[in-house]
Design a protein around this ligand. Structure first.
Ligand SMILES: [Zn+2]
Length: 249
């Protein structure tokens, strides 16, 4: 007798928007598990009911897996006027929570959470820069900035054996950065050098300035530049022209 086979078709993962506790923003999340749990209580005279919605989510930005819960109950009904009918109606007030709870407000740009998709070494260096600077260890964080700049120049094909100042000059000569950015990145390199050899410690404001200089460089030269290079092969080639015209293009 034929028995019914359980479906083994892989189901498309569902997604929902939720507040990711790590990258601390509204993110699209894959739903890996869900369970809705309605409840009711009565003592014969009074009654209450509500529902707990449980989700196991994974952030599509930073890939954190976390637990998300939404709950409501009849004790916390909210009342409002329906703008169409003009009548009072009750709406549930939802309480949202996650485990883990959101981390301290992050100052990292959104791209920092997915940098590992571009380069895992640079992502690890930047992760340590953020972690040490959040702990106000600005000497170590400054050395990290210089190390990150070093890695970024290597990704752009600049000779790793060159001294740091010459790498910055090569970035300028290669058209990756302008005059002003060459000066500010030179300061990032020099601050990292001074931190490593002379225990130079910038204060929080100075460090933020050095960090944002490097962030802008990475965002523009590494991330946007790489995206532009990836688009290049997708552009259809020019139509072949007759030889007389081709010479003029
Ligand atoms: Zn996230």
């Amino acid at each position: 007798m034929a028995t019914e086979q359980p479906s083994i078709e892989p189901t498309k993962p569902q997604t929902m928007k939720a507040h990711c506790p790590r990258c601390d923003g509204e993110r699209t999340c894959d739903v890996h598990g869900s369970f809705d749990q309605p409840w009711e209580w009565s003592d014969g005279e009074h009654s209450e009911n509500g529902q707990l919605d449980h989700r196991l989510l994974q952030c599509r930005g930073c890939e954190l897996v976390f637990y998300w819960q939404s709950s409501w109950d009849t004790q916390s009904w909210d009342y409002r006027y329906n703008p169409t009918t003009g009548e009072e109606e009750t709406v549930p007030e939802y309480t949202l929570q996650t485990y883990p709870a959101p981390e301290k407000k992050s100052t990292r740009p959104d791209w920092a959470w997915t940098l590992y998709k571009t380069d895992s070494t640079l992502a690890q260096i930047m992760d340590e820069v953020y972690t040490t600077s959040e702990g106000r260890s600005f000497i170590l964080a400054s050395i990290g900035l210089r190390t990150a700049l070093d890695r970024a120049t290597e990704m752009l094909g600049i000779d790793p054996a060159l001294p740091m100042a010459e790498k910055v000059t090569a970035l300028h000569d290669g058209g990756w950065i302008g005059e002003t950015e060459a000066q500010t990145l030179g300061i990032v390199a020099e601050a990292g050098n001074a931190a490593a050899h002379r225990a130079f410690s910038p204060d929080g404001d100075d460090f933020q300035h050095l960090l944002s200089t490097l962030e802008q460089f990475i965002s523009r030269a590494i991330l946007s530049g790489k995206r532009a290079l990836e688009i290049g092969p997708k552009i259809p080639p020019k139509q072949a022209r007759s030889s007389s015209k081709a010479n003029r293009t």
